[in-house]
Design a protein around this ligand. Structure first.
Ligand SMILES: [Fe+2]
Ligand SMILES: [Fe+2]
Length: 167
């Protein structure tokens, strides 16, 4: 890999993290009543997304939708088969309950993502349009469900009101 490609990957990771960090900071600023600071964090977060997407496009990692779905399945599968189980184990050994919870719910949701993506791959393979459904996301654990939110999140126990509809 060329130095520049390595740099693009590193910059993509950094900008992606800055995006989420600034969104978290924006929420905090809102809670503290700093509306204008929240707006600034949101604007900067959006700009970091523009940067991240430029870097990713130039690396050449945005491919056809079928290829992208396969990449997504591999990523999710790696996370729930290898990464999170190790992280959960280490968090338990260190007695870090919050981290262990965070890894555990993510681990469960990654399995759901892998299966939703696999379902999409199957539909495309059979030249069928994917069934039209809405997706709902649990704001506590990220659980991702089709059609309508459950009364209680089966992963984290949050009530229906914690689910939001994904655009
Ligand atoms: Fe996921
Ligand atoms: Fe949940």
């Amino acid at each position: 890999m060329t130095k520049t490609n390595e740099n693009l990957k590193a910059a993509f990771a950094g900008e992606s993290q800055a995006n989420r960090r600034y969104l978290a900071f924006a929420r905090k600023a809102e809670e503290e009543g700093f509306t204008q600071v929240a707006k600034l964090f949101k604007a900067a977060a959006e700009a970091e997304t523009v940067h991240a997407l430029n870097h990713l496009r130039i690396i050449g990692e945005i491919k056809s939708t079928v290829e992208n779905l396969n990449t997504a399945v591999s990523g999710e599968t790696y996370e729930f088969k290898e990464m999170y189980p190790e992280y959960i184990e280490a968090a338990k050994q260190e007695g870090n309950k919050q981290a262990s919870w965070s890894f555990d719910v993510a681990n469960q949701v990654e399995q759901i993502h892998a299966s939703l993506f696999s379902k999409a791959i199957e539909a495309l393979k059979n030249k069928k349009a994917l069934e039209k459904v809405d997706y709902y996301v649990c704001g506590v654990c990220g659980n991702t469900v089709e059609d309508s939110p459950p009364d209680k999140c089966p992963i984290c126990g949050a009530p229906k009101a914690k689910f939001f509809k994904s655009a």
